[in-house]
Design a protein around this ligand. Structure first.
Ligand code: NAD
Ligand code: DAU
Length: 349
């Protein structure tokens, strides 16, 4: 496990309630916690939307330290009961609608899950004994950058998409619960993740899946938008560090020091797969597409000793290998509803 600067007030969780643990980052986080501790229990509350998949957790499903509870995060009273019955002492809140493109075509669900759902989980935390609450946030709440500059924790929130507006609202609620009720809250804001178990609506797995079938790779606009890429396991170690050592009420940016233009990422995927660049197809841009995200992660580094450990080149190679070695997982998630989604989002674009 990533070493942190030792803090005399370190929080030692005994039972962590994770929301959205059947999704991409949540499932990686649960695996990370169980692999790096002996006696910590993890409860996964997830209602299994299209993005929630228990196959992501098949290898740890029988672990006695793990419990899955199928609940919607808006079911406040039922989740308070889960906390009381299991002696939960902290909440790591991942559950969300997470895809920007879906928020553009259907914003309503983003408000229900990301705003109402976060309010509900904050009420759970209060009612179950002022539990430590870590909000898993995003750098998208800061808006967009030009060619230069970095997002710091002091950058004003300026969300542009319905997704980022809902996540910014959620962050404000979390801060308000800290200030108003004294709830011990923490907020992390992370850049783009990639790695195993990511649903192939997001760019990296979508491009890997299309390339393996020799289908066109739909690059939005000119492909010159920039994202800062972080391997998912590094994000998990950062969240774990903040949960145990972070200061109440504080925001921590998390980034990979790995800015890339989208087209560079797509070309790297094609190279790894030994496919030709003529699969690249430039398509109509995302409305309101943020140009560049880049993170100043010096606070988490200097205060808590965390830094990313996996380079983009190694992380991408591991990711591609994982998808190639898990064709059954990939075939399951791209069957059925995914095809309808893909056609609606990309046909004639
Ligand atoms: P994901 O879409 O893969 O998973 C979301 C999970 O939440 C799914 O398991 C889904 O079933 C569950 N869920 C959704 N609505 C729910 C509800 N009402 N009740 C219970 N469960 C519900 O998302 P992800 O990419 O793993 O992102 C997790 C969190 O991290 C999100 O809060 C997202 O905003 C944040 N984040 C993601 C990234 C990224 O690059 N993916 C970067 C920074 C922050
Ligand atoms: O920055 C953190 C955010 O990163 C998280 O909060 C979000 O949950 C997560 O989805 C991600 O948002 P992005 O919009 O940056 O990720 P996405 O994978 O959808 O897109 C990455 C870039 O690739 C973006 O500039 C749009 C572009 N893109 C995306 C898709 C799906 C394409 O060019 N073609 C595509 O088909």
């Amino acid at each position: 496990m990533q070493d942190t600067l030792m803090n005399k007030d370190e929080f030692s969780p005994k039972c962590v309630l994770v929301t959205g643990g059947a999704g991409f980052i949540g499932s990686n986080f649960i695996r990370y916690v169980l692999a790096n501790s002996d006696d910590i229990r993890v409860i996964n509350v997830d209602c299994l939307t299209y993005a929630g998949n228990l196959e992501n957790l098949a290898d740890i499903a029988e672990d006695k330290r793990y419990l899955f509870v199928k609940r919607d995060i808006c079911e406040t009273d039922e989740i308070i009961e889960v906390c009381r019955e299991n002696g939960v002492d902290c909440i790591v809140h991942f559950a969300a609608e997470s895809h920007v493109d879906r928020s553009i075509t259907g914003p309503g669900e983003f408000i229900r899950t990301n705003v109402q759902g976060t309010l509900s989980m904050l009420q759970v935390a209060r009612a179950a004994g002022d539990l430590r609450f870590l909000q898993v946030g995003t750098d998208e709440v800061y808006g967009t950058l030009g060619e230069t500059g970095l997002f710091t924790e002091q950058t004003p929130l300026d969300p542009h998409s319905p997704y980022s507006a809902s996540k910014a609202s959620a962050d404000h609620l979390v801060s308000a619960f800290g200030t108003t009720y004294g709830l011990p809250v923490l907020i992390t804001r992370c850049s783009n993740n990639y790695g195993p178990y990511q649903f192939p609506e997001k760019m990296v797995p979508l491009m890997i899946n299309n390339a393996r079938h020799d289908k066109p790779l739909p690059v939005y606009g000119k492909g010159d938008n920039v994202r800062d890429w972080l391997y998912v396991e590094d994000h998990c170690s950062a969240i774990w560090t903040v949960l145990r050592n972070g200061e109440d009420g504080r925001v921590y940016n998390i980034g990979g020091n790995s800015e890339k233009q989208n087209i560079e990422v797509v070309r790297a995927i094609l190279r790894h797969l030994d496919k030709k660049e003529d699969l690249i197809t430039y398509v109509k841009d995302r409305p309101g597409h943020d140009f560049r995200y880049a993170i100043d992660a010096s606070r988490i580094h200097t205060e808590l000793g965390w830094e990313p450990s996996i380079s983009f080149e190694d992380g991408l190679a591991k990711t591609i290998e994982w998808y190639l070695n898990n064709p059954t997982w990939l075939d399951h998630v791209v069957s059925g509803a995914y095809q309808k989604y893909y056609n609606e989002m990309y046909a004639g674009r």
